[in-house]
Write a protein that binds this ligand. Structure first.
Ligand code: URA
Length: 242
């Protein structure tokens, strides 16, 4: 084993502990208080290793990115407020539990964000999902809104904003602006993404400090084409092969 390669892990190795000192997080030290990462476990890293690998087939990319999306959506739901709820169990006992406080909806940033809709539907069966299309304006080079369609009562819902890659943060910030123009308060939006670049995360969080960001992994940075490094390439291309 060379000095800079990782130690070998036997197939029978015991579960690896979470890595609270994950070096990926050293890029953002301290992490903005509104940012939450998935537990940085060996299993999670194994999933990311598969989807980052350029040799991974489309089928495997779909399967393993869906697994991460499911974890992210579940983590997003952990951040919704709950209220006391008492039920009676079949034993006749009373259980003092909790229930979700408000209604939610998803909003996917097209086109890559659409890939996260199924993961949200798996856990929130009849959830309403809005769409937003933002692209770079060729004249101004700024992100421009091309299309949006939201549930009509979106202003009274918690919004899970879906986009797998947080690179510069331009599209995500424009999407939040549009949601706020539709009456959704910043603190009712939860932004869920698979991989974040520190640059985009910092810009996004300083602009919207009370909006929670749930990310699976924080990478090293951006290259000169605004791709996340090491990243996984173009998420939409990997997912849809077009
Ligand atoms: N969008 C992608 O799909 N990949 C990146 O690396 C950055 C933005």
């Amino acid at each position: 084993m060379s000095s800079n390669s990782k130690p070998e892990v036997s197939p029978l190795a015991p579960p690896q502990p979470a890595r609270p000192n994950n070096t990926n997080l050293a890029h953002l030290n301290p992490l903005p208080p509104s940012v939450f990462t998935l537990p940085q476990t060996a299993q999670l890293e194994a999933l990311y290793t598969i989807i980052r690998d350029k040799e991974t087939s489309r089928g495997d990319f779909l399967f393993y990115s869906d697994r991460i999306i499911r974890l992210l959506v579940e983590e997003g739901l952990n951040h919704l407020p709950v209220v006391a709820r008492t039920v009676e169990t079949p034993t006749g006992a009373v259980y003092n539990g909790v229930g979700f406080e408000g209604k939610i909806c998803g909003v996917s940033i097209l086109r890559a964000g659409e890939a996260m809709e199924a993961g949200l539907r798996e856990v929130c069966r009849s959830v309403r999902i809005g769409k937003i299309l933002i692209q770079r304006d060729e004249e101004t080079t700024l992100p421009k809104l091309f299309y949006s369609k939201f549930p009509q009562d979106i202003a009274s819902r918690y919004v899970l904003l879906l986009d797998p890659m947080l690179a510069t943060g331009g599209s995500a910030m424009k999407a939040v602006e549009v949601l706020m123009e539709h009456g959704v308060p910043e603190e009712r939006i939860i932004f869920i993404n698979l991989i974040a670049a520190p640059e985009g995360l910092t810009t996004f969080c300083s602009r919207f400090p009370s909006l929670k960001v749930i990310t699976g992994w924080i990478d090293q940075g951006l290259n000169d084409k605004a791709y996340i490094i090491p990243g996984l390439g173009d998420f939409g291309e990997r997912r849809y092969c077009t």
